[in-house]
Design a protein around this ligand. Structure first.
Ligand SMILES: *Cc1c(COP(=O)(O)O)cnc(C)c1O
Length: 431
């Protein structure tokens, strides 16, 4: 099986986190998001403990909530010792509702609105990651109005392409952070802001990275900048945040990442790099999202229409969800592993495209899936849907979003209830 939390029981049913998926589907309905809480905790602990062991005091992982944000997840990751990365007023409000300590929040995003900045300051969010010059002024002004000194990190763009492991010196063209050629001016302006305390530097190189090498390359560029910043401005950061992005295994073709081993490589590299340059060794932060929750997730669907292909056309199996609960295939052709959850021992003789239920030919769950001659009512499971599924879901076609059920120690409980048509209509103004 793709991950150790996936199995098959004596009835030939798929199990997830030790629980029979057909029983979960019968009890909670489909489509249904499952979240293996024990797995989330194990992943969180792996980051927290490894970073504690091999990095300077104060080093800590931030959970990137954009991967999966609902109140319950903040309870889980905070209780395991992670801090949290928030990107909007909605994420801040969700984490606060879960009782998360705002001092442990780091506010990200390339376009925080003035209202969001004021909200975050009012609610005592610990750190802002400032994304550009305009925002520097906006946060400084808001901090002045609130009569506080706001701790900030500066987001720089080291221009590493994580998928070729190359530094692109012109900078990867993107809307995030400040390119290295503007970094010293960014720092200088930040240091001039009377209501900001610049405590660190941040970069984020990308996502689905299977190897620490691009993080090491990015760290080199950041350390080089720290050396210049020390010489030119006498600036010494307490924190170096290297962002998120470790990859996860969606299909058998993807490698496993040994996260503790990769974290140790990063730790050793930064330590060595800092000492070589005569720099104070900063505490390190990493911002994993996907690698904390992805393989803790699974989505269950019920098969509806089955259309065997004739005259060389593809066969289609349509399920009761799709792009409305997981737009990743439609957005960027994401690949998944699909299991015939209710008939795991059947002979997989039917190759098909598993399609969703929305009125778009691009609403596909997965292609070239082999299933035991599927029938209406069969249960299908899509593995590794914990990240960027729930958080990217929509109400396209006025489809109600699924419930999310958390599994812990073999027990199931609802983390987010299923959306109802009444929920959808509740914001409509009917004159
Ligand atoms: C998306 C993002 C992350 C999380 O990335 P994953 O690939 O989910 O680990 C962390 N930090 C920043 C700034 C991001 O944009």
């Amino acid at each position: 099986m793709l991950h150790t939390n996936i199995g098959v029981n004596a009835a030939g049913h798929l199990t997830f986190a030790g629980v029979d998926t057909t029983e979960l589907a019968a009890r909670f309905g489909t489509p249904l998001y499952l979240l293996d809480e024990d797995r989330v905790r194990a992943r969180a602990r792996e980051y927290v403990q490894t970073m504690r062991e091999c990095m300077p005091e104060g080093s800590v992982p931030l959970y990137a909530g954009k991967a999966l944000s609902f109140a319950g997840i903040y309870r889980v990751v905070c209780s395991e010792g992670m801090n949290i990365d928030v990107v909007s007023q909605g994420e801040i409000a969700t984490a606060l509702a879960a009782g998360a300590d705002p001092a442990r929040m780091f506010f990200h995003g390339n376009n925080k609105t003035d209202a969001e900045i004021a909200y975050a300051i009012k609610n005592k969010v610990g750190h802002f990651i400032v994304d550009g010059f305009d925002e520097l002024c906006a946060v400084d002004r808001a901090a002045a109005e609130a009569g506080v000194i706001q701790r900030v990190l500066l987001r720089l763009t080291p221009g590493i392409d994580p998928h070729t492991f190359k530094a692109v010196n012109t900078g990867m063209d993107c809307q995030f952070g400040v390119q290295m050629d503007g970094a010293m001016r960014f720092l200088s302006e930040a240091l001039e802001c009377e209501h900001l305390s610049v405590v660190g530097l941040h970069c984020h190189i990308g996502s689905q990275v299977f190897d620490a090498q691009p993080f090491l390359d990015a760290a080199d560029i950041m350390l080089g900048f720290m050396q210049d910043a020390l010489t030119m401005r006498g600036f010494i950061p307490e924190l170096l945040d290297l962002g998120g992005g470790f990859g996860v295994r969606y299909t058998e073709a993807d490698p496993h990442v040994d996260i503790p081993a990769e974290i140790r490589r990063i730790a050793a590299h930064v330590r060595e790099g800092a000492s070589k340059r005569g720099l104070f060794e900063p505490a390190i932060m990493l911002e994993p999202g996907r690698s904390i929750v992805a393989d803790a997730g699974m989505t269950l669907y019920t098969v509806g229409q089955v259309k065997p292909g004739t005259l060389g056309a593809k066969s289609y199996v349509s399920v009761d969800g799709g792009m409305s609960d997981d737009p990743r295939f439609a957005l960027y052709g994401a690949r998944y592993t699909v299991y015939p959850a209710s008939r795991m021992n059947g002979e997989k003789d039917f190759v098909c495209t598993v399609a969703g239920r929305c009125c778009e030919s691009g609403d596909v769950v997965a292609e070239n899936v082999a299933l035991p001659s599927p029938r209406r009512g069969d249960l299908l499971a899509v593995a590794v849907t914990g990240a960027y599924n729930f958080s990217m879901a929509s109400n396209y076609n006025r489809v109600c979003r699924p419930a999310l059920v958390m599994l812990r120690g073999g027990e199931a409980r609802v983390g987010v209830r299923r959306e109802t048509p009444e929920d959808l209509i509740s914001r409509d103004v009917i004159e």
